[in-house]
Design a binder for this molecule. Structure first.
Ligand code: HEC
Length: 157
């Protein structure tokens, strides 16, 4: 019993110490997705879905609920954001080639269709990010349409 108490105290101290190491926040003040919105022209409905269900992990601006500030949740979240942005960052749209943009939009259709995104761990706490059938369809239709635009714009190689 004594040893268990000791372990509990040590764990508690580690948890407290962890609070002093905060990952850098992913938050940009400027209108970070302006270029992406201007080019792909999503409807208000689709913009709302992207905002509520995707930008936290796929843009330069994450909305942090209070519990996300607590380690180790904060580390875990920072990892997701980093990984998500590596795959797809709507705030870095202007840095993508047309080929990459169309490929990313194709992937958006795939992950929405397969129900892979938003991640389950995210919708557990963000129930507003659970997409309805109509929302999924709207996002897929928009992504398919914008994807074609980039393909048409592409210069012959
Ligand atoms: C909680 C964070 C989180 C949210 C919210 C989220 N994603 Fe992701 N997304 C990730 C991570 C992490 C990866 C990379 C690892 C993986 O594929 O699971 C990823 C990968 C992707 C990829 C690339 C998939 C591939 O084929 O490799 C696409 C496209 C994508 N997400 C689209 C979306 C869309 C669209 C939304 C909103 C409907 C969304 N994501 C919401 C974290 C997130």
């Amino acid at each position: 019993m004594k040893i268990l108490k000791k372990i509990a105290v040590i764990l508690l101290l580690v948890l407290v110490a962890m609070q002093f190491y905060r990952p850098v926040k992913n938050s940009s003040q400027e209108n970070h997705v302006a270029q992406f919105i201007a080019e792909t022209n999503p409807s208000k409905e689709v913009q709302g879905v992207l905002q509520n269900a995707c930008y936290d992990c796929h843009s330069n601006n994450t909305d942090y609920p209070w519990y996300s500030m607590i380690a180790p949740v904060s580390y875990w979240l920072a990892d997701h954001v980093e990984e998500g942005k590596e795959e797809l960052n709507f705030s870095a749209w202007e840095s993508y080639s047309d080929k990459r943009k169309s490929h990313k939009l194709e992937e958006v259709v795939e992950v929405i269709e397969a129900g892979e995104m938003p991640l389950k761990s995210y919708t557990w706490v963000h129930s507003e990010a659970i997409l309805t059938k109509a929302q999924k369809e709207a996002v897929m239709a928009w992504a398919n349409q914008s994807k074609v635009l980039y393909q048409l714009n592409r210069q012959p190689q």
